[in-house]
Structure formats: C-alpha cells, structure tokens
Write a new protein. Sequence first.
Length: 865
Amino acid sequence: MATLLRRPANLARFSRNAADILSASRSFYPNHTRPQLWSLIKTRQTRSYSSDPKRPNEQDSGKDEKNKKSKPSENKDSGKPPQQSDDGLLNRFFGYLDKLTEARSLSPREQKFLEEVRESFKAEGKVPKDVEEFIKKHVDQGQPVSLADWEKFYLQLRKHMDASGKSELKAGIEREFMRESRKSQDGKQKSEGKEEPSKGGPKMYEFKFDPSSFIVTSIISYMLYTTFFPGETSRDITWQEFRANFFDRGLVEKLTVLNRNRVRVDLIRDAVASEYPDTPAAQRNFHYYFTIGSVDSFERKLDEAHNELGIPSSQRVPVAYVDEVPWFATALSFGPTILLIASVFYFSRRAGSGGGGQSGLFGIGKSRARRFNQETDVKIRFADVAGMDEAKLEIMEFVSFLKEPDRFQKLGAKIPRGAILSGPPGTGKTLLAKATAGESGVPFFSVSGSEFVEMFVGVGPSRVRDLFANARKNTPCIIFIDEIDAIGKSRSKQHFGGGNDERESTLNQILTEMDGFNTSEQVVVLAGTNRPDVLDKALMRPGRFDRHITIDRPTMKGRRQIFAVHLKKIVTKEDMDHLCGRLAALTPGFSGADIANCVNEAALVAAREVADSVTMKHFEQAIERVIGGLEKKSLVLSPEEKKVVAYHEAGHAICGWYLQWADPLLKVSIIPRGSAALGYAQYLPSGERYLMTVSQLMDRMAMTLGGRVSEELHFDTVTSGASDDFNKVTRMATAMVTKFGMSKAVGPLHYEEDQQQFHKPFSEETARSIDMEVRRIVDEAYKNCQKLLTEKKKEIGLVAEELLAKEMLSRDDMVRLLGPRPFVENKEFVKYFGGGSTIAPPEPPLSEEGTIGKDGRDQTPNPTV
Ligand SMILES: Nc1ncnc2c1ncn2[C@@H]1O[C@H](COP(=O)(O)OP(=O)(O)OP(=O)(O)O)[C@@H](O)[C@H]1O
C-alpha cells in the first residue's frame, strides 16, 4: 500500500525532472533539433571525458569491466552468450542522466541513486530493454514523454536496482521522493540538494473531516479576519474625499444607499486603476463607504454636485436604495437564545447520564427502574429471609410459576399477576421480593413509586409504559414497585383537598398495563406498601394484584430466627441459641430492620471497646441505644430534679413489682436519654400478648400513674414530668370505652376516630358518657395506685435512694431490696432472665392503645419526670 502511495509521487518527481530537462534543452539550444541536441551533448561529454582525469565511477566501472571479462560466470546472464555492449546507447543514457542532474539540483541521495544506476549499467555494459527504448524514442527521436512512459522508465530503473541488491538505497530514495512530492504539493519548492535526508520514515498525519467543526471554524475565522482586517475590502471616507477624489473626476459608476444611513461607492475600476495605480480600489471586491445624515440631505448634496459639474440628468450617477440586514448583528441577537438552548441541552444530558437508560431531556419519560441481573446482583435467597413463613409460602407460588409455567398452564390455571406486600417499615418486604427474584432466577426490576412522580405532566405514565415495555422484553421477570402508595392512592381520597391528575393518570397507566398482560406473559408485579388501607380498590382487584401478603412485625420466634440470620456475620463466643432467644425476648416490637441495626450496633460498640468478640453486654447496650437513643451526657440535672426523677421512677418500679397483672420489670434508670426522657422504667411483656384483660389494662394504667402518685406522696408539689404518662393512660382508657366495649355505660360499641372527618361519629350525649367513663376508669386506676404506693412508701424510698446512688437498677437489685416478686413469673422470662444477670432494658410492651410511635414501634421510654 505504501508503495502504491509513493509511486505517483515518485513518478511526478521524475516526470517533472524529465520535462524540465527537455524544456531546458530547448532553451539552451534553440536552433538545434532534438537528435542534434543529443549528439551535441554526446560530443561534449566525450570531449570532457577524454580531457578530464578519470572519474572514480569510471575507474570503478573500468575495473568492473575487467572483472566481467575475467569472470564471465559471475555475469547475471551466465550461460547465455554475453550481449554486445552498446557504448553509444550507454553514453547517450549517461548523457541523459547528466542532463537530469544539471537541470535540477538534486539531493545527495538522488544523486547517489543516479550514480548507482549509472555504475550498475556500466558494470553490465548494457542498458535494459525498456531504458534502451526510452532513450531511442525520447532522446534520439525527440518524442514527448508521457506519464506512462515515465512510469515504465522509473519501474525499469527500480527493477534494475532491486536485482542488483540496492533495496536500502531504493527505500531511501523513495522516502526522499515522498518528502519532495509533499513539498511540491505544499507549493514550497525549496532547493532539495541542501537538505539533509530525514531520519526514519515519513510521518503520516491523519486528518478527519468533521463538517460541523469545519463550518464553525470557517465562520469564526471569517469573522476574525473581517474584524482585524476590515480595510481589505472596504474603507470609510468623507463626503469631501468622495467628491474630490472620485466624483469630480468622473470615476463613480454607481451609489448605493444602505439602510438609509450609509452609502457604498461603486467605482469604474479600469479608470481608477489608471488614475490611482497603487490604490486597492481597483480590486473587484473593494468599496468605499461614507455615512450620510439623512437621505434627503444626501440627495440634495448630490444634486448640487451634479449641477456644479454641469452633468446632464441623463448621465447622472445612478443611486440605489437597499435595506441590508447585517448578518453578524443578527447572529449576535440570536446568541443568547442559542446559548440558552445549548446549555439546557447540555445540562439535561449531564443530569440524565447518571440514571440508567437513555439520558438527557429526551430520556425523562424513561423508566428509572434499576435492573438487577440474576447472575450478578440478586444473591438473596429465601434462607436469608427469616421469620415470615406464611408470607414465604404464599410467594413461593410465584417462584414456581416463573420456573415452570407449564405446570399451571396445562391445567388451565391463570397465572397470578402480582402481589402486594404490606406491612410496617423494615419488616422485609423488599427483601422478600428480592428473594423471590433470587430463587426464581429471573431479572428483577426495582423501582420506587415516588420515581414516577415528576414535575412534568405525562412523565409518570410514560415511565410506567417504559417499565412494562422493558419488562416484556425480558420475560420472565419480576417488577417490584416499592412504596406503591405514592402513586396508588385511592382516587376518591385524592380529590379531598385538590386531587392530582398526574398521579391519577400514572395509576391508570399501571392498571392498564397490568390488564395488558396476556395470561402467558411471565411478568410478575410485586408491590410494597406501608399503607395498604389507602390503596385504590381497582389496584387490589383480582387480575391485578391478586395476592395480598401481610408482613407484620416478627413474633418472638420470628425475631429469634432473624437474629440467627444476622448473627451469622458477627464474631461472638456466646451460645448462639441462648443469645438469639434472649435477644428476641429483649426486643419485642422490633422489625427485621431494627434487628439488623441492633446487631450491627452491638458490633460497633464492641469495636469501639476494642473487644475480641461481641458479648451479651454489647448487645444489651446496643438494644438500649436503639430503644432509648443516645445517653445524654451533657444534660446535668440539679440534685432536687434528680431526686424527683428518682422517686418518680421508683413509683413506676414499685407498681410494676407489686401489681399482679403488670409486666415484669427489667430495669429502672435515671440516666437521661434521647430527646425527652429524663429516666425510665422498663418492663418485659409476658410473652406475645394478643389479648388483654381488663385487669391487665387496669394494672398497666396504675403502673403508668405510679410516677405522679409517688411525687405526690413524697413532695409538696408535683412536676410536669408526668404528662406523657397521662397521655398514655387517657388513650388506654378511651380505647377501653370506645373500642374494647369494656364500659357498661357506653356498651359494646366501636367508634373509630377519623382525623379527616369533621364530625365525631357519635352524639353529644354519647360523647359525654364516654368522657365520664374514661374519667371513671382513670380515677379507679389512680386510686388503686395510690392505695398500693401509700402502703409501699418505705419501699419507694429504698428504691429511690438506691437509684440516686447507682443511677440504674437491675432486676437483681430489686430482688435484693424488695425480695422476690410475689407472683408466678412467665416461663420464657424465667428461662432468659431468671438467672438475674445484668438485664438490658427491653421496650415497654406494645399496646393497641396507641403507644405505637411513628415507625410503628413504641419509641417513648416509659415515664419521665
Ligand atoms: N425477615 C427478615 N429476615 C432477615 N432480615 C430482615 C428481615 N426483615 C428485614 N430484614 C433486614 O432489614 C432490612 C430492611 O428490610 P426491607 O428493606 O426489606 O424492609 P421493607 O419492609 O421493604 O421496608 P420499607 O417498607 O421501609 O421499604 C433488610 O435489608 C434486612 O437486613
């Protein structure tokens, strides 16, 4: 390829030299015909050869000649009769080479090449056939040299050099020609003989033609050129100059009034050139301009000038009027708009590139669902999801459907479209969906409901369409829409206070898409929500989300299993079975996420202490921290306040100890924690409690009021610290009356209090009787508590003083101070806490009455001062 590229360049170079020689020959010897010319050259050469000392080449060639004669076997044509040498032809060829050398100053390499050619031919004593023909035809007969002739000639020389092993020289020459031909293309024909041959091969530069950058570069160059060299095509002059230099001399051909404020002067070029030989005005594109105040004054002045010169109206200089739009100014006026569009485009591309799929402004309607690839991403299996056996069983069916659809289809069963996983936060809904994908070995598209909500209209439905289209391309697969309540809220409820058309149309699109699946399409849609109650009924109907899987907070058994899953990754020397059981008992109401957090927190506590392994103590600290929040070391109470807190907490503790149906006490503390609690008493619910008796509720209320009663018994005044206790007690009592049917006066009725309803669901009369009943119940609980604590005033003092000294009392301390609790304890409690070791504080029992916090778990530690 390189040779092919080089060849035209070499040919061009050779033919140029040859043409030069022939033309030079003609000018040197104008009176001779070409054969005469060459015979002249020949004689001159013969003369010079006979008179000059022998050239080294000739000496060498003489030697070669002898060698040839002495060693005929070394001749290339050995075996053939040696060809008769044609000295005349050789000499004519050498003469031609001389002429070639003289006509152009060749580079040393080129000269060397020709020398080599000369030597080589001389050594052989003959010229090759083609060269012979060339000489005869073009030198002897004077026929013109065509490019084809030169190609043949050049190839012949090359062939000869190849045959005589001069390939290195040849390569050098070719490089030389290459360089020279490039030079000649650039139009910079320098003297080649003075230049050193370049080292290495020629550098090849690749130019890629980019039309857009070419246009932009051209425009910018033109603008710069016209800005910096405006005088090249135009020049401003005054009216006086115009008159004196051109108008009065009759050099003006035409005047053009531009935009009514400037005049372009067209001159009679030839006349201007002869009048002003050095002026640029003679150039074709050159114009003079002058400005005018107004068209009227210009016309008046022009008329006057014509009149002064006595030019008849038929021969007056013609005037044209043109309104030109200056393109540069126009382009500038569009500049800000173009800039704005360009930057919007650019930033939208950048912003979009973060998300998957198509980027840019045009990708806004594309789904943001993350696709987890089976082999790489979804490593979760059902074994990793603990404590929700029923939910797993339910969802297992989807796995078998995705794995072996035939089993269902052949019996004519319709495949379930999807399932809604509902439950409190952190209970493992996403985990279960991932495990379903992991088990079934299919791609998993995960998206959050809020990702369909954008400020642009139509984006939500478009993303839904895109998500489902993607899923259809990847069947079988699972789509998981987390927090579906963000878009799937009941449409009737949305209209209360405004409504949201965009959300509604997104929901409609989901409904349509789910309807759009045909029964054989293996796309399962799972959705997670914390609020199944607000979802649109249409979403829940059979044929869409067929299955409703409720995932509640784990039971004691579930917690134990979840702890077992998460403790696998933790380094601990504790007995695993006992540890899991004890931790599960300590963490009623914890969700899976809480448990995961708790285990991690314990490992962090251990690491902070630079321990080798995580011990029970670390777990208990972690649980305490998760429940109560951080210890508030910065909060320093005054001694009086501390005393009040101690007696308040001691009141709770004594109630919990001596009331039969109260939950067993685990820990009392007056160390401030979290945001509001100055102290707390903690109890362990006696097992999983699904039903509560009146006695249990009454004892729990009495226990909650214990703090305030103790304050009353021991101090002259009471504090504000019991307000949270009163809140709990009131809610419990209200629930007993309005929901549990535990009041004879109100009867077996259930009144749901709906925040969104303006009217209460009961009459004024009922409201009054509810109020009275609630008051009666609380009063009763209060009296019980007061009675008990008055009896146990001494014990309260004991516990409070010990608390002031130690700040925290465990169940052991209580046993030491008060003796064993006078009631039979729960079996599980005895199993894990009967030993009386340090007891971590579990959360107070969950109660239906609304001690549940924002996240579904009661986060308020029991009574504060
Ligand atoms: N049953 C469980 N077994 C093991 N780990 C669990 C379980 N439930 C929750 N977890 C842990 O809690 C983490 C959070 O769970 P996940 O995200 O599935 O909760 P979620 O119910 O989807 O929460 P949200 O409703 O807030 O989206 C999981 O990554 C896992 O570590």
